[in-house]
Write a protein that binds this ligand. Structure first.
Ligand code: H53
Length: 813
C-alpha cells in the first residue's frame, strides 16, 4: 500500500490516543504495540472487506482448510512486509523515538500447534492469500497454546502458555456468527411421509464462537480469513437455580465443562492419546466450521446440488476427519438430500492429507465412546462402513475376508479415522515423494489398489517470505542487489544466483552475512545461557521436536565421540564446532525427555572442560518455536536432518535451513531426497541406511544391535559412557536410552547408522575448511531453495485437488 512516513506518524499518534488515551511518551511498549496492531488492522480492514465482497459477487469457489493446529507465530512483521510498509513504519516509529524491533519483541507467538503439521498449516494460510486463492483456515482457539519449555537442572519442565493474557490484537470476535454444537443425547427416528427421519434429542449444547484473523497476501490486496473457534458458555448453561441456592461453585461447573473443550492444545506431535476431550475438540471445530460454511453458501443462492462446485474442504491429517459424517449429517438431516446425492457431494468436497506412516500417530476411537458422544454421527459412520464393506465384497468377490476386515472403517470395536478419511474424500495426498510412494506401495496399498486415482503427492513447502525476507533481512537485501526483487513473488528466480557460484566477491559477502547472523546468535546465547560460543566455529543445528525417530541421540553420541577424540589428543586439528539443539518433547514421552537430559548433561561436561581448548561447545536452546527458529536458522552452517529413512514424512525445517544457506547433513528420507535432487549430490552430505534397507531389516529381523555394539569399539565406548559413570549424572539416568538401543534392538537404527554418520561429520569438517568450496555449496543451497516455497505447493493443491483457479484481485488501497 502507499503510505508516507508523515501519514503513518499522524495515523499512529491518533491510534495511540484511541487505544490507550495517553500521551505517546507515557505509553508502555505493550500499549505501543497494541496501537500499531490496531492501526494495521485498520489498514487491512478495507482490503479484507473488499476481498470478501469480490468473492461473494464472483461466486468464487472457496476452500476451507481444516486443521487442529495453526502454528502462526507472530503477525506484526509479516503484515508489515506483506503490505510493503515495513520501512515506512520503521522510519516513522524511529522519528517518534520508538524502535520497531522492541515492539516486535512484545508480540507473543501464537503457538497453536506442536510442530511440522501446525506450521505447515500456517505457511499454507499465507501462501493461499499470497497466490490469490480464496482459502480460509478453520481451527481451534486454544486458550493455552503449546506449553512453554524451560530447562531446569537439565530436564524439560512444562509451563502453561497463556498467550492470551495481554489480549490478541489481531483477532476479531464474532459473537453474532456463533453456532451450537451438539454432544451426547440420543437419536429418535420417525417417519415423515415415506421418509425415515432422524432427530438428535436430549443433547448437550455447546456454543461455538468464532474469532477471525485476517491473513494478508503479499502485495496483492488479498485478505483471507483464519477462523478459530472457542467454546463459550451460553446463558442457559449457567445454572441460575443452583447459583441462587448458594451453590456457587457447582453452578459454574457446567460452564467450566463447556469451556474446557478449547482450553488446551494436546502437546503430542505424531502420537495420539485417544482421550475423550480430544474427540470432543475434533467434532467441535469441524461441526462449527461446516455450519458456518453453510451459512456462507446459503447467501450465494445456489442450489444445494451444486455445493461442491463452490466449496472445497481440506482436512489436515485425520484430526478433522469427522468432516465426512458431519457434512453427510447436514446434507441428509437438514437439507433433506438422499444418501447417494449427499455422498456424491461429500466426497467431491473433501480432500485429505496424510502426514505420517507411524502407527502410533494413526487415530482410532473406540466405537462405544464415539457413539455416546456423537450418536447421530456414529450412525452415519456405521452406514458409510456398511456400504464400503459391501462394495469391497463386490471387488474381492467375497474371497478375501481378511483384506476386507483390515480395510474396514470399523474394526475390532475401533473407528479408524484414516480409513474414514480415504473413503470419504476424492483426494489423498502424501507430503513428499518418498512418503507418497510408501503410502501407495506399503501402508495404504490396499486402498491404492481400489482407488488409484485418489492418491497423489504434494511435497510440503515453506513461507519463503517469512524464512528469508523476515528472518534474514541482510541476506535478502544482498540477494536483491544481485538478482533483483523478483524472488519475493516468484522464488524460483533465486536460481539466478547460480551464476555467482564461483564468484569470490559474492562468496565472501555471503560468508560475512552468515558470520554476522552467527555473532547475533552467539550474543543471544551468551545473554540467555552464559555460554560463550565462537562465531568462527561450525554452527551445527538440530531444531525440531524431540523424537527417537528424529535421532537427536545419534547426534549427541557423535558429539561424545568427538569429545573423546579431543580428550585423547587436545591438539587434534579439527575446525571448532558448536552443536546447537532445540526442540520440545511431548510431556509424557519419557525417553525423549531423557534424551534432552542427555544433551544438557553432555553440554555441561563439555562446555566446562577447558582442556579441549574451546574446540567443542554444545548448547540446548529452550522453548523452540517460530520466533526462536527465526533467530537460529539464519545462523546455521549445518542442518541436521537425520531421521531413520522412511520415518520423516517430509520435514520442512530442512527447507528453511537450506534457504538460509546451511548445508544439509541428511539421510535419504522425506523431502531430503528432493533437496538432494535440487542441489545435486555434491551440495548435500548424505549418510545412513536407505528406506528399502530399513524395511528389509524390519522384515527379516536380521539386525542385531547388541552384536553390533559388541563388535564395534567406537560404538561400545560411547554407549557405555552413558551408564558407566563417565557422565556427571546418576548412573541409572540414561539406562532407558541404552535399553532402547540394546535390549529393544534399536528400533530406529541409531547404532547401525553411527559410523556412517561420523564419517559424514568428518566430511563436513573437511569441506568447511575449504572456504570457497563451502560457500559454493551454501550459495547453491540458497539458489535451489525456491521450489520449496509454499506458494508453489499451494498452487498445486489448488489446481489439481481443489479445482480452483487463482485470480489476482485488482483493487488498490
Ligand atoms: O508433519 C509435517 C511433516 C513431518 C511430520 C509432521 C507431523 C506432525 O507434525 C504431527 C503429526 C503427524 O502425523 C505428522 O512428522 O515429517 O513435514 C508436515 O507435513
Amino acid at each position: 500500500m502507499k503510505l508516507s512516513v508523515s501519514e503513518f506518524k499522524e495515523d499512529y499518534i491518533a491510534a495511540i490516543k484511541g487505544t490507550s488515551a495517553r500521551q505517546i511518551e507515557d505509553t508502555t511498549p505493550l500499549e505501543r504495540y497494541n496501537a500499531l496492531g490496531e492501526l494495521m488492522k485498520d489498514y487491512i480492514g478495507n482490503l479484507w472487506a473488499n476481498t470478501n465482497k469480490t468473492y461473494r459477487e464472483e461466486h468464487s469457489k472457496q476452500v476451507y482448510y481444516f486443521s487442529m493446529e495453526f502454528l502462526t507465530g507472530k503477525f506484526l512483521e509479516n503484515n508489515l512486509t506483506n503490505l510493503s510498509i515495513y520501512d515506512v513504519v520503521e522510519q516513522g516509529l524511529k522519528e517518534l523515538g520508538i524502535s520497531l524491533d522492541v515492539l516486535a519483541e512484545v508480540e507473543v507467538d501464537q503457538g497453536l500447534g506442536n510442530g511440522g503439521l501446525g506450521r505447515l498449516a500456517a505457511c499454507f494460510m499465507d501462501a493461499m492469500s499470497s497466490t490469490s486463492i480464496p482459502g480460509h483456515g478453520c481451527g481451534i482457539r486454544y486458550k493455552n497454546g503449546l506449553f512453554e519449555q524451560r530447562i531446569i537442572d537439565g530436564y524439560q519442565v512444562e509451563f502453561p502458555d497463556r498467550w492470551l493474557v495481554n489480549n490478541n490484537v489481531w483477532e476479531y470476535k464474532r459473537p453474532n456468527k456463533a453456532v451450537i454444537v451438539k454432544f451426547n443425547g440420543r437419536v429418535d427416528t420417525y417417519m415423515d411421509g415415506d421418509t425415515l427421519k432422524f432427530a438428535h434429542v436430549d443433547y448437550d449444547a455447546v456454543r461455538a464462537v468464532p474469532y477471525d484473523t485476517p491473513i494478508l497476501g503479499f502485495e496483492n490486496n488479498t485478505v483471507n480469513t483464519l477462523r478459530l473457534w472457542s467454546a463459550e458458555e451460553i446463558d442457559d448453561i449457567f445454572d441460575f437455580e443452583n447459583f441462587s441456592r448458594g451453590n456457587y461453585l457447582s453452578a459454574f461447573e457446567k460452564k467450566h465443562s463447556v469451556e474446557i473443550i478449547t482450553q488446551i492444545l494436546y502437546p503430542n506431535d505424531a502420537y495420539e492419546e485417544g482421550k475423550l476431550l480430544r474427540l470432543k475438540q475434533e467434532y467441535f471445530f469441524v461441526s462449527a466450521g461446516i455450519q458456518s460454511i453453510f451459512t456462507t453458501f446459503k447467501k450465494m443462492g445456489v442450489p444445494i446440488e451444486q455445493f461442491s462446485e463452490h466449496i472445497a474442504m481440506h482436512i489436515n491429517d485425520t484430526h478433522p476427519a469427522l468432516a465426512v459424517p458431519e457434512l453427510m449429517r447436514i446434507l441428509l438431516d437438514e437439507e433433506g438430500l438422499d444418501w447417494d446425492m449427499a455422498w456424491k457431494i461429500t466426497t467431491s468436497c473433501i480432500s485429505y492429507t496424510n502426514h505420517t506412516i507411524m502407527s502410533e500417530a494413526l487415530e482410532k476411537w473406540p466405537h462405544f465412546m464415539m457413539r455416546d458422544l456423537l450418536p447421530r454421527i456414529t450412525m452415519i459412520i456405521d452406514e458409510i462402513n456398511r456400504r464400503f464393506i459391501e462394495s469391497l465384497k463386490y471387488v474381492y468377490l467375497y474371497t478375501d475376508e481378511e483384506k476386507i476386515h483390515n480395510m474396514a472403517i470399523i474394526k475390532d470395536g475401533m473407528v479408524k479415522m484414516a480409513h474414514l478419511a480415504i473413503v470419504g474424500s476424492h483426494s489423498v495426498n502424501g507430503v513428499a515423494k518418498l512418503h507418497t510412494e510408501i503410502l501407495k506401495t506399503k501402508e495404504l496399498k490396499d486402498f491404492y489398489n481400489i482407488y488409484p486415482t485418489k492418491f497423489n503427492n504434494k511435497t510440503n513447502g515453506i513461507m519463503h517470505r517469512h524464512w528469508l525476507l523476515n528472518a534474514n533481512p541482510d541476506l535478502t537485501d544482498y540477494v536483491e542487489g544481485l538478482i533483483g526483487d523478483g524472488f519475493k513473488k516468484n522464488p524460483i528466480v533465486l536460481r539466478d544466483l547460480l551464476k555467482y557460484r564461483d564468484d569470490k566477491v559474492v562468496q565472501n559477502a555471503l560468508f560475512d552475512i552468515k558470520h554476522k547472523n552467527k555473532e547475533n546468535l552467539a550474543k543471544f546465547i551468551y545473554e540467555k545461557q552464559g555460554v560463550k560460543i565462537d562465531p568462527y566455529s561450525i554452527f551445527d543445528m538440530q531444531a525440531k521436536r524431540i523424537h527417537e525417530y528424529k535421532r537427536q541421540h545419534l547426534n549427541i553420541l557423535h558429539v561424545l565421540s568427538l569429545y573423546n577424540k579431543l580428550k585423547a589428543n587436545p591438539n587434534l586439528d579439527i575446525p571448532p564446532r558448536t552443536f546447537i539443539f532445540a526442540g520440545k518433547s511431548a510431556p509424557s514421552y519419557y525417553v525423549a525427555k531423557q534424551i534432552i537430559k542427555l544433551i544438557t548433561t553432555v553440554a555441561d561436561m563439555i562446555n566446562n572442560d577447558t582442556s579441549i581448548k574451546n574446540k567443542l561447545k554444545v548448547v540446548f536452546l529452550p522453548n523452540y518455536g517460530v520466533s526462536l527458529a527465526s533467530k537460529m536458522i539464519p545462523a546455521a552452517d549445518v542442518s541436521e536432518q537425520i531421521s531413520t529413512a522412511s520415518k520423516e514424512a517430509s520435514g520442512t525445517g530442512n527447507m528453511k535451513f537450506m534457504m538460509n544457506g546451511a548445508i544439509t547433513l541428511a539421510t535419504l528420507d522425506g523431502a531430503n531426497i528432493e533437496i538432494m535432487n535440487e542441489v545435486g549430490e555434491n551440495n548435500i552430505v548424505l549418510f545412513g541406511l536407505k528406506d528399502q534397507e530399513v524395511f528389509k531389516y524390519y522384515q527379516d529381523g536380521s539386525y542385531n544391535a547388541y552384536e553390533l555394539y559388541n563388535t564395534t569399539p567406537a560404538i561400545k565406548q560411547v554407549v557405555d559412557q552413558l551408564v558407566n559413570g563417565f557422565l556427571p549424572a546418576a548412573k541409572e539416568e540414561f539406562a532407558p536410552i541404552v535399553d532402547r538401543l540394546l535390549r529393544f534392538n534399536d528400533e530406529f537404527f541409531v547404532l547401525k547408522d553411527f559410523e556412517s554418520y561420523c564419517d559424514a561429520q568428518e566430511r563436513i569438517g573437511l569441506y568447511y575448511r575449504d572456504k570457497p568450496h563451502w560457500m559454493k555449496m551454501s550459495l547453491t543451497n540458497i539458489a535451489c531453495s525456491g521450489v520449496f516455497s509454499a506458494d508453489y505447493t499451494i498452487e498445486k493443491y489448488a489446481s489439481s485437488i481443489w479445482n480452483i483457479n487463482r485470480k489476482p484481485l485488482d483493487f488498490k488501497l
